[in-house]
Structure formats: structure tokens, C-alpha cells
Design a protein around this ligand. Structure first.
Ligand code: HEM
Length: 530
């Protein structure tokens, strides 16, 4: 680690930490005489409004809750560091990937998606895997999940999707994502969810531990090198302990016996010095090969099978320090797909484009205004120098007369850097303004079938059992029936098996083009099982 990196890590460690060691004071630093008895008229009389200490103490308490995240509300986080194995500067200008001499501090938050902050850890759900790299070029967030695909192709559907998977609005049941009518209603009506639903019904949705969970950036992103050359990239995290899941019966028992099972495991393993590790891997596709696939690289419901593009290991992530304060750090951390550094850029994936809007927007509400990047866990270790002023909870005292660009009077930020700046990838785009998805996004079943074919017999048994269990909780018969009929497009045998366990009519074999595997050669391929 260089001196600068050490310095960055230490700055991160020390940012605004306090031990509250002195005698008790008010928020304005006045020493308190008594914090157990309110100021009152006589020993048995009414409490006085004049008791500023009691009012301040209770008022602070009254305001101690902030909105929980609209999704991924329940999570656990830890600090650590990332070190690349080799210099990737032929591919990307990102400094944190420029060689094994560069170690970058990180904060990682794992989460479930649908339940509220107090829900159980071991529910059947997707898990978030969000990594904040505090790089010398600014913060880079890789905001991923433990499954390599997503439910929908276009972010405009996200509010509908989330309304369908969250606890139902009339009775706020259930906290888990998978067992209710609204989810299956949405799934049956939106076949693009099919591939991800296979993952959700698999054991991947009940990880044994955060330490044994894979992570995926999901979208195709873009590496850009200093010459401006772009390369498509998919990100993978592979746990060094291997990928392990619970079985459903265990998961359900643990929900009752220890709802904090995954959170506790992460905390305790770090306290014991058994630091969890992951390897970062990349799948790289040169720009000129963009259209070499029978799916669209911009479609987040698809993997790139490893048989077609192998995963290249490029670095190692270690988590070695628990947060000091859950609320200050894990709860207030703000990840955002648009937090990128030079060398990492977006693609036109319509899901990613929506995310690039959504995270900042929601954080402005969740974290109370526009200065949340000044919260210690969000603060970059690189210098921040901008003309942003004012807003709720401004913590910096900016000196000087000006806060605009350009200016010649001093005080604001009058200059732009010559190098190290973020330059957006130059991409030529043209077309009519329309609301229509490309034909290349229309195959919703081939990769779902690929996933099914990659399963061992026992994994397939668990999948069928999960479909039966979860769909069995769905009360509306027509909704069950439609979801099973949709499965028949993946594999008629699977749909019949599920239908039998549910007591619904087995669907007809749809046959036809949609039932034909578009990539038979890839029957065993699956990025996640590599
Ligand atoms: C939160 C992943 C799609 C909106 C999160 C978090 C993760 C995540 C890991 C938790 C971050 C944390 O720990 O604080 C993903 C992945 C997606 C996806 C992998 C698809 C590939 C979307 C889409 C939208 C969206 C399409 C909106 C259009 C949000 C919002 C939050 C969130 C609003 C809460 C953020 C906060 O309050 O800080 N997502 N998400 N996500 N996501 Fe996504």
C-alpha cells in the first residue's frame, strides 16, 4: 500500500468518529445536571416547558427514524479493501484497476430486497451486493445482486414490479418476496420475468451466508481506456469460500430462531478475524463483437454464457472491519449506479439508464436533502471541490465570495483539470423518438431453459418444490394457472410437475418457436455455476 493509499484508508477510518467520553452535555455542549428527572413544579407537580434538556432529548428521539430504503431496506455492511491482480490500463483508465500496487478501501452492503428493515434474513429473495470503492479518482459504486439477471428489461416497469413484490398494500403481508398473489400475477403477465423467476425459485435465493454468495453487476457496462477505446464488461464476484445455500426447511426454521442469521454471521466472522473474500472477475466483449450473440447485451434478463465469454479474474476483495455504528454507516450509506470514475461508463441498457436516475432521486428523500455525500461513509477520500452551496445540513464552511463558474474573483472553483477528468464515452446514437423495445429483447425463455438444464437433479427437485410452495400460497386460481402456463414455455415437463403439486390443470405443451432452444450448444453453460 502506498503512503497515499494508507492515508486514504486512515482518513476513512477516522472521519468524524467520536467516543462520547466526557461528562453528559446538551447538544450545544452545556453540562447537564440531571437526566432522569424532568424540571417540574415541586416534587409531584407538572413538568415545565422550560426544561430545554428534556425537550431536546425527547425531540431528538422523536426524529431518530429516517425512511427506510424503498427496496433493499434490510442489510448489513462491512469495510475492507480491494486489490487488482494485474494492470488493466489497456482496458480501463480506472486507477483502482491499474495494478497490484494499488489498494482501494471499500464499504460493502448486503441486503434482502422486499422485506422491511426488521424482517428476517433467510427469506426467499434476491440479495443485494453493493460495493463502494473509495478511489483516488472519486467514489465508484458497483451496485449488484447475488443473481446475474433481473426481472425486467426497462426501468419504467420498476415501480410496477416493486409494487407487485413488496408486501401487499391492504395488509402488508408477506415480508418475503415470493409467496403472494401480486408477485405471481405480475410474473404471469410479464414473461420477461421468467429467467429471473427460475433463479428466485432456486436455492440461490436462500444463501447460507453473505460470505458464500456470488455477486453480479448484472448490466453490461463499459470499460474505457485512456485512448477512448471502449470494451463491454460484465462484473462477477466469486466468494473464496465457495457458493453455498440453505435448504428451504432450514431457512424457514432459522427465520424463527435467529432472524439475524446472515447479519450475525458476517459480523462474527469479521470479529473472529475470518475475513470474507471474493474474487472480482470480468467478462469482456470487444465493441466490434456487440452483435455476436443470440440475445442483446443491453438486456439485463440475460447472462453471457461463460462458454462464450470466460470470466477473467482481475482482483480480490477482503472485508476486514465491522462498522462502528449501524445507523451512521450501514443505514446512511448511499450507493448509486451513476457514481462512476474515469474508465467506467454505462451502456444503453434501459434498466441501467433508469437506475442512473432513481438512486440519487430516492436518496435526496431518504437522507434528507442534497448534502448526504458529506456523511462520513459516503464522503470520498479524494478532494471534493465544487460550487455546491447551501441545502439542508450543509456541514462544510465554504469560504469566499463566489460559488459559480467561471469566476475571476476567487473563492469558488475557477478552474477545470487538464487530466484525470471523467470523459463520457463517445458513442454515436441516432434514431426516431419511440416507445418500443427491440426484437432482440423478445426471447424470454431460452436462457430460463438454459438455467434449468444446468441444474443437478437435486437442484431441480428443490426448484420444483419451491414453485409448488410459493405458488401454493397464491389464492387466485387464474393467477396460479397463468404462471404455470408461462413455465410451459420454458419446459413443459417442469410445468406439468409444478401443476401436479398445486392441484391445477397441467398446461398444454405450447411447442412452437418459443419452445425451441435458440442455443442448444450451451445446455450446461451458466455464468453462475462456473
Ligand atoms: C437499492 C441493486 C434495479 C432502484 C438497491 C440496492 C441494491 C440494488 C444492491 C441496495 C443498495 C444499498 O445497499 O444501499 C439493484 C440491481 C438492479 C436494480 C442489481 C437491477 C439489475 C433497480 C431499478 C431501480 C432501482 C431498475 C429503479 C428504476 C433502487 C432504489 C434503491 C435501490 C430506489 C434504494 C436506494 C437507497 O435508498 O439508497 N438496488 N437494483 N433498482 N434500488 Fe436497485
Amino acid at each position: 500500500m502506498t503512503d497515499r493509499e494508507q492515508d486514504a484508508k486512515e482518513r476513512l477510518l477516522e472521519q468524524d468518529r467520536t467516543d462520547s467520553r466526557g461528562p453528559l452535555t446538551t447538544d450545544t455542549g452545556v453540562r447537564v445536571e440531571d437526566t432522569d428527572n424532568s424540571l417540574s413544579v415541586g416534587e409531584r407537580g407538572p413538568t415545565l416547558l422550560e426544561d430545554f434538556h428534556a425537550r431536546e432529548k425527547i425531540t431528538h428521539f422523536d426524529h431518530e427514524r429516517i425512511p427506510e430504503r424503498v427496496v433493499h431496506a434490510r442489510g448489513a455492511g462491512a469495510y475492507g479493501h480491494f486489490t487488482p491482480y494485474e494492470d488493466l490500463s489497456d482496458l480501463t483508465a480506472a486507477h483502482f484497476l491499474s495494478g497490484p500496487d494499488v489498494t482501494t478501501p471499500v464499504f460493502v452492503r448486503f441486503s434482502t430486497v422486499a422485506g422491511s428493515r426488521g424482517s428476517a434474513d433467510t427469506v426467499r429473495d434476491v440479495r443485494g451486493f453493493a460495493v463502494k470503492f473509495y478511489t483516488e479518482q472519486g467514489n465508484y459504486d458497483l451496485v449488484g445482486n447475488n443473481m446475474p439477471v433481473f426481472f425486467i428489461q426497462d426501468g419504467i416497469k420498476f415501480p410496477d414490479f416493486v409494487h407487485a413484490v413488496k408486501p401487499e398494500p391492504h395488509n402488508e403481508i408477506p415480508q418475503a418476496q415470493s409467496a403472494h398473489d401480486t408477485l405471481w400475477d405480475f410474473v404471469g403477465l410479464q414473461p420477461e420475468t421468467t429467467h429471473m423467476i427460475m433463479w428466485l425459485m432456486s436455492d440461490r435465493a436462500i444463501p447460507r451466508s453473505y460470505r458464500t454468495m456470488q455477486g453480479f453487476g448484472v448490466h453490461t457496462f463499459r470499460f474505457v481506456n485512456t485512448q477512448g477505446r471502449g470494451t463491454f464488461v460484465k462484473f462477477h464476484w466469486k466468494p473464496l469460500l465457495g457458493t453455498h445455500s440453505l435448504v428451504w426447511d432450514e431457512a424457514q426454521r432459522i427465520q424463527g430462531k435467529d432472524p439475524d442469521f446472515n447479519r450475525r454471521d458476517l459480523w462474527e466472522s469479521i470479529e473472529r478475524g475470518q475475513y470474507p473474500e471474493w474474487e472480482l472477475g470480468v467478462q469482456l466483449v470487444p465493441e466490434e463483437n456487440e452483435h455476436d450473440f443470440d440475445f442483446d447485451l443491453l438486456d439485463a434478463t440475460k447472462i453471457i454464457p461463460e462458454e462464450q465469454v470466460p470470466v477473467r479474474p482481475v482482483g480480490r476483495l477482503v472485508l476486514d472491519r465491522n462498522p462502528d455504528n449501524f445507523f451512521a454507516e450501514t443505514e446512511q450509506v448511499a450507493f448509486h449506479t451513476a457514481n462512476v470514475v474515469p474508465g467506467i461508463d454505462f451502456t444503453n441498457d434501459p434498466l441501467l439508464q433508469a437506475r442512473n436516475f432513481s438512486y440519487l432521486d430516492t436518496q435526496l428523500l431518504r437522507l434528507g436533502g442534497s448534502n448526504f455525500q458529506q456523511i462520513p461513509v459516503n464522503r470520498p477520500v479524494s478532494e471534493v471541490s465544487n460550487n455546491q452551496r447551501d441545502g439542508f445540513a450543509q456541514h462544510r464552511v465554504h469560504r469566499g465570495q463566489t460559488s459559480y463558474f467561471p469566476n475571476s474573483l476567487g473563492g469558488g472553483c475557477p478552474a477545470l483539470a487538464d487530466e484525470g477528468v471523467y470523459r463520457h464515452y463517445t458513442e454515436k446514437v441516432e434514431g426516431a423518438k419511440i416507445r418500443k423495445r427491440a426484437e432482440s429483447f423478445k426471447d424470454h425463455y431460452s436462457q430460463a431453459r438454459l438455467f434449468l438444464n444446468s441444474l443437478a437433479d437435486w437442484e431441480r427437485e428443490h426448484l420444483v418444490a419451491a414453485f409448488r410452495f410459493e405458488l401454493g400460497k397464491c389464492e387466485e386460481l387464474a393467477v396460479r394457472q397463468r404462471a404455470v402456463a408461462n413455465l410451459a414455455h420454458v419446459d413443459h415437463g417442469l410445468a406439468v410437475e409444478v401443476a401436479e403439486g398445486l392441484g391445477v390443470e397441467p398446461p398444454e405443451d405450447p411447442g412452437g418457436a418459443r419452445h425451441t432452444d435458440t442455443s442448444p450448444a450451451l445446455s450446461q453453460a451458466n455464468t453462475a455455476f462456473g
